[in-house]
Design a protein around this ligand. Sequence first.
Ligand SMILES: C[S@@+](CC[C@H](N)C(=O)[O-])C[C@H]1O[C@@H](n2cnc3c(N)ncnc32)[C@H](O)[C@@H]1O
Length: 203
Amino acid sequence: MSLYDRYILPHLIDFACGMGEVMQARAQIVPQAQGRVLEIGIGSGLNLAFYDAQKVSAIVGVDPSADMQKLARERAARIAIPVEMIALELGQIQAAAASFDSLVCTFTLCTIPDAVAALKEMRRVLKPGGRLLFCEHGRAPDAPVLRWQRRLTPYWKPLAGGCHLDRDIPALLEAGGFRIGELQTGYLKGPKPMTYVYRGWAQ
Ligand SMILES: C[S@@+](CC[C@H](N)C(=O)[O-])C[C@H]1O[C@@H](n2cnc3c(N)ncnc32)[C@H](O)[C@@H]1O
């Protein structure tokens, strides 16, 4: 791992993912979680403050980046819900089938190398009737923006920890075996290739 990936990138991601409208989008999604929650790609823990302690009994946060998790541990210490952090990729954890009531995945499907395999694993560990709550940036509906997303992704990926700008989030969810229950889409403030967001829930 390069010095950039280790020491600079976690702080850049924490800064970019902690900006105003991004935090507002989290505030709409994360409080819907309940019971035992798995957060996939917990990163620096920017969602932690939005969980409702009356509804959530425990959070398990999975993320292969120990450096991101260092920041998440500081945030976990400030909330009233027990948080277990696992420094692995989702596919490497030993979770029993149907062992989580809610899954939370924000700004992570862009980065997981095999997002469909990860979604299939999410489906396996989610209890029947449980929800995957998601907020993800991805493929824009406007052809000129999509062209820029495709042009920029090869340069953006190494700078942004493997992030793809042009992933078709609804198609990935469906390929992973999920049915979308609610979906809101739109641009947040900022450069259009980076800010087209899909949020909602799937089962
Ligand atoms: C852009 S960050 C978003 C972090 C956080 N979810 C948020 O909303 O601020 C993407 C995260 O996905 C994590 N990630 C990458 N591959 C993963 C995998 N296979 N399983 C779980 N997390 C992964 C990265 O380490 C990184 O922390």
